[in-house]
Design a protein around this ligand. Structure first.
Ligand code: SF4
Length: 360
């Protein structure tokens, strides 16, 4: 075993994390955690993971579920393509592998939504395969320790990191401890800000520490101003419900419920009038939500509708009871907005007139 790997394994056994709910050798639990942890912090994931696992305890129960239920449990975690892929992957494991996870990283990587690093994590933890992981935390540890210049997402830099990661692997028996050790080091010691080099088992050979470049490595993503997409969103309130539409399965917030969206105010006003809005539509302050490639700036416009004048039977459109906004499959920024709207609405609606939801 390389000296590097030996130090990581020894450190993990003495100081690594042991209390994570997905620790162990069950590929379903490891896979679920790995997918949830992509772009999301451990502290956020734990609650979602526990709820998800109690509803879907194994891959067969997940495959048998309706996608809408999976999305509802995922709502708030973001990056919803992950939830679509999770469901598709469970279906593929049941249909093509008899409900049993394939045992090699190469086979795992052929399943929907399982990339090279996730496949390696499952294969290393559950089947002791000598396959390297390379998530953001591990990239940071390697870039600092070996003094690798350049943005880790750039092709040539990433290839060099993969090469290093694979070359450092220990024997098969040590793969679970080594893989967990690399994850733990990146998450708890070699952190993005204020790394604890004094507690690091790699300090003795760390190039960044020796050359005073810990704060410079890894290089940041080259700055590129994200474009801003501006839209208007209709918050149509009727009795104690709000009009929502189901988003198309692909694209942002794929398959989730969202507010009707318009490019301009005139089109939104016309839609509100067609529904029967009698009072003027009231604009709330614009909000912003950052996606990977652009920023969405949306202006919510609230229309109160006493008598529905128009029953536009849009497929997937419905009146969502405000009492259900915490459990419906809504993206986090719209859930936050609707909580505020619901609080203001309950203060202005006489309880005697409140009725339940009405499907369009
Ligand atoms: S010595 Fe510091 S910079 Fe180097 S790997 Fe350890 S924590 Fe990271």
């Amino acid at each position: 075993m390389s000296d590097f790997a030996a130090r990581v394994v020894a450190w993990q056994r003495a100081h690594g994390r042991r209390d994570l709910p997905w620790s162990g050798r069950d590929p379903y639990r490891v896979w679920l955690a790995e997918v949830m942890l992509q772009q999301t912090q451990v502290s956020t994931v734990i609650g979602y993971y526990t709820r998800f696992l109690s509803r879907f305890p194994d891959v067969r129960s997940l495959a048998a579920a309706a996608l809408d239920e999976v999305l509802a449990l995922w709502a708030g975690l973001g990056y919803y393509a992950r939830a679509h892929n999770l469901h598709a992957c469970a279906c593929a494991i049941v249909a093509e592998h008899g409900g049993t996870f394939p045992r090699s990283a190469a086979e795992l990587q052929r399943l929907p939504g399982i990339g090279r690093s996730t496949a390696a994590a499952i294969a290393a933890f559950c089947f002791n395969e000598r396959a390297a992981i390379l998530d953001g935390n591990v990239k940071r540890v390697l870039a600092r320790h070996f003094g690798i210049e350049g943005f880790p997402g750039a092709g040539a830099v990433e290839r060099e990191l993969w090469r290093r990661a694979q070359a450092l692997l220990p024997d098969a028996a040590s793969m679970p401890a080594y893989t967990q050790g690399m994850m733990d080091l990146g998450a708890t010691v070699c952190t993005r800000a204020r790394p604890r080099c004094g507690a690091c088992p790699l300090a003795r050979t760390c190039v960044a520490l020796r050359t005073g470049r810990v704060d410079e490595l890894p290089a940041a993503r080259p700055r590129r101003e994200a474009p801003v997409r501006r839209v208007q969103m209709l918050v149509a309130l009727h009795r104690d419900a709000v009009l929502v539409e189901k988003r198309p399965p692909s694209g942002i917030w794929g398959g989730l419920l969202a507010l009707p969206q318009f490019d301009g105010v005139a089109a939104l006003d016309a839609a509100a009038a067609a529904l029967g809005a009698a009072t003027p539509v009231r604009a709330l302050p614009a909000r912003r939500h950052a996606f990977t490639h652009f920023t969405l700036q949306f202006t919510p416009r609230v229309a109160r509708i006493e008598r529905l004048a128009h029953a536009a039977r849009e497929p997937g459109a419905c009146w969502l009871p405000l009492a259900q906004i915490d459990t419906a499959a809504l993206p986090a920024p719209l859930r936050a907005l609707l909580r505020e709207v619901a609080a203001a609405h309950s203060g202005s609606t006489p309880s005697a007139t409140r009725k339940r939801d009405t499907m369009l």
